[in-house]
Design a protein around this ligand. Structure first.
Ligand code: PLP
Length: 295
């Protein structure tokens, strides 16, 4: 199928063209944000770290006590089938699982079965070479004890509010601190700094998503001979870093060259960031890092 055609979207066992893929207004994903999701990329026919994404989806599901009603293997097959039906070699894939349709009221027992949606859209591989500007948002990352950021839920208002601050400030990205003032992550990316040729990234306990691109970058950094430490960072550490970059499935690796008006390093994407970007570009189509869709 050509990439100019409407994407075919999987909704509860059926495929619909994008304009006809719909769910009920009584879906608890819409009414209460009661659900989870994953964003995944396909690069040249390889779905990057598909199993890791499905593992994380099932961990999120367990945490919110949502029974998907299908196995990980079945989910993997459905994702591959959705991409294949669309004929995409480079795609952005979104799995959304909600508590399902039920009458009003937060009681999850109102919902008989979950709603499972798989969206695949054509998306070319992308690595932004020039740096972007960020602010540190005034809104704090929701703490672990309220809603653990390790769960990839449909509740993204915390992140949306941070993004709105970035937009209002006329910059691209917002970095969020936790309740103790330590750096957590950007609105939908994890964050790294480079200081004296060493990578440092906030630990999971700071209250962040266990990013799959973050883990990939940590592996690649080690392969390239760089030490990578997980420890708490403050805004001072960000401002005084040699390099700063963020990582995520949609963004890939993006250098941050200015934060709150402070120039980072020499104001250009740093050499270690660029090395990691090159390495990421190399491995993202490698079948060892994912699952092949075709043949
Ligand atoms: N942090 C948040 C809050 C996110 O929403 C995302 C991705 O959507 C990430 C980090 C990056 O995670 P990953 O690399 O698995 O895409």
């Amino acid at each position: 199928m050509s990439e100019t055609k409407e994407p075919l979207i999987y909704v509860n066992g059926e495929y619909y063209p994008k304009s006809q893929a719909k769910i009920s207004v009584y879906d608890h994903g819409l009414l209460y944000g009661d659900g989870i999701y994953e964003a995944i990329r396909e690069y040249d026919g390889v779905i990057f770290k598909l199993r890791e994404h499905i593992d994380r989806l099932f961990e999120s599901a367990k945490s919110i006590k949502l029974d998907l009603g299908i196995t990980k293997e079945e989910m993997e097959k459905l994702v591959i089938e959705t991409v294949k039906k669309n004929g995409y070699r480079d795609a952005y894939i979104r799995i959304v699982v909600t508590r399902g349709v039920g009458r009003m009221g937060v009681d999850p027992r109102n919902c008989e079965k979950p709603t499972i949606i798989i969206i695949a859209e054509p998306r070319k591989p992308f690595l932004k070479k020039e740096g972007v500007e960020a602010i540190i948002a005034s809104v704090r990352r929701v703490p672990n004890w309220a809603l653990d950021p390790k769960i990839k839920t449909l509740n993204y208002l915390n992140n949306v509010l941070a993004k709105i601050e970035a937009i209002n400030a006329g910059v691209d990205e917002a970095i969020m601190l936790n309740e103790h003032g330590y750096v957590t992550e950007a609105s939908t990316e994890n964050i790294f700094i480079v200081k004296n040729k060493k990578l440092i990234t906030p630990p999971l306990e700071a209250g962040i998503l266990r990013g799959i691109t973050r883990e990939t970058v940590m592996e690649l950094a080690k392969e390239l001979g760089y030490e990578c430490e997980e420890r708490n960072l403050t805004s001072h550490d960000l401002y005084n870093a040699d390099e700063v970059f963020v990582t995520g499935t949609a963004a890939e690796i993006v250098p941050i060259t200015k934060i709150d008006g402070r120039v980072i390093g020499d104001g250009k994407p740093g050499p270690i960031t660029k090395e990691l970007m090159r390495k990421f570009e190399e491995i993202r189509t490698d079948p060892r890092y994912g699952v092949k869709v075709y043949g």
